[in-house]
Design a protein around this ligand. Structure first.
Ligand SMILES: Cc1ncc(COP(=O)(O)O)c(C=O)c1O
Length: 421
């Protein structure tokens, strides 16, 4: 697959790509950590603050009604983006981690009890592992981990084999943040639903890189962060099927979620999604997220998926051809992520060296220590992850830089530093 030149105009939308890094310009290949923000998103946030800023759902004045209208229309935009049946199935959160914790504590506690089991895959980010582990510890349930195969992939059969009558919840990443593996979510949800088990999907690494339709996937809950899809920091989404959100309890209570309150009698709560958004929400960034969706859809989600994959394929093939370099994961990349190691070198040395070329990559254990350990890669990997503004030239620069890396500070002094887990 070749890298389309139609994307060349996209770079001009991202002011940060023109920044001077001590005489170099950034080759930003750390998109799985966070993406850069296009002018369209920055403008939407600026426009909100300069023409509509107020609090939502609180007052009758024009600015408050304007803010409410923009916030709720952002919700509607997210619902369309995800193929949700109703906009009230979209809860604004602080991000993927927040969304998963809300499900674990607010819904997990309703359905998982003593002696039950929660199933996760062996390639989860800590954010889709620790909330489930804590839930299990709190209610006396067992966390079971579905093993990955020798290629670091997850098969539907491996999931099916672990389902028992005690399994009450399944949580799985749509796309791995370490290797970019795309998991068979549709098959997993189909099997889970045959047993009446709800499935929580961590979509943090999926939404920016491929079309996602929650109904087609059969996801009962779907979680993602705006900042990984060209939107602002500090806002994210929890999609939940309406009948499951009805069973979910709010973790945070306070203003904005009740119609009527007493000191000791029953309170009258709003329903989802407002029940889960107590306090003043992050209105401006929800508006920014809607602008990011417009931006991605303006390019075309299929086109974005093909572009990111083509860059990853070019990188993986080029890296494999270099002496002493190992590319981890499937033989051909499945998403926009390539994780690799250079023989005898700590990933931090590789990252430091690439930084001298202006290349930004993520190095280390990628908040997935049990997965990294299961691959026998204790010091972690170097991860290049691609987005809409990346080019074939940047991939070639990466290859050139990797081919000249030498042992450095970390290889000698800190052979196994995991402090950034
Ligand atoms: C697969 C996956 N899940 C969850 C998260 C957590 O996302 P956030 O830090 O935005 O909450 C990340 C972030 O890297 C991720 O890659």
């Amino acid at each position: 697959m070749s890298v389309s030149s139609d994307f060349s105009a996209v770079r001009a939308d991202f002011p940060i790509l023109g920044v001077d890094l001590d005489g170099r310009s950034p080759a930003y290949l750390d998109n799985a950590a966070t993406t850069q923000k296009p002018r369209q998103v920055l403008d939407a946030i600026h426009d909100y603050y300069t023409t509509a800023n107020s609090n939502v759902g609180r007052s009758v004045h024009t600015l408050s009604m304007r803010a409410t209208e923009r916030y709720e229309s952002a919700r509607g935009r997210v619902a369309e983006f995800l193929g949700a049946a109703d906009k009230d199935e979209v809860v604004f959160t602080r991000g993927t981690t927040d969304s998963i914790n809300m499900v674990a504590e607010g819904f997990g506690r309703q359905v998982v009890g003593s002696g039950d089991e929660v199933l996760i895959s062996g390639m989860e980010h800590h954010s889709n592992l620790l909330p489930w582990r804590r839930l299990c510890e709190r209610v006396g349930a067992t966390l079971r981990v579905v093993p990955i195969d020798e290629h670091g992939e997850l098969t539907p059969e491996a999931f099916t084999a672990q389902i028992t009558e005690r399994t009450k919840l399944i949580a799985v990443a749509h796309v791995s943040n370490v290797q970019g593996t795309v998991n068979p979510v549709r098959e997993i949800t189909a099997e889970a639903h045959r047993h009446g088990i709800p499935v929580v999907v961590d979509g943090a690494q999926a939404v920016a890189h491929r079309p996602v339709d929650v109904q087609e996937l059969g996801a009962d809950f779907y979680c993602f962060s705006s900042h990984k899809m060209y939107g602002p920091m500090g806002v994210g989404v929890l999609y939940g099927r309406a009948e499951l959100l009805e069973r979910m309890q709010p973790i945070n209570v306070g203003g904005g979620i009740v119609r009527h309150v007493t000191y000791d009698g029953p309170n009258k709560y709003y329903k989802a999604p407002h029940l889960f958004e107590s306090g003043t929400p992050n209105i401006a960034d929800a508006v920014g997220l809607a602008a990011a969706i417009d931006y991605l859809e303006g390019i075309g989600r299929e086109q974005v998926a093909a572009h990111d994959l083509a860059l990853a394929e070019r990188a993986a093939a080029g890296l494999r051809a270099l002496d002493g370099v190992t590319v981890f994961g499937a033989q051909r990349p499945q998403g926009g992520i390539v994780s690799f190691g250079v023989e005898g070198l700590h990933p931090y040395d590789v990252g430091n060296h690439l930084n001298t070329y202006g290349i930004a990559v993520r190095t280390g254990v990628h908040c997935a220590v049990p997965f990294i350990d299961s691959l026998g890669l204790t010091i972690g990997t170097t991860r290049a992850s691609f987005g809409v503004y990346n080019t074939a030239e940047e991939v070639d620069l990466l290859l050139e830089a990797v081919s000249t890396v030498e042992k450095g500070f970390w290889s000698n002094e800190h052979p196994n530093d995991r402090s950034l887990a």
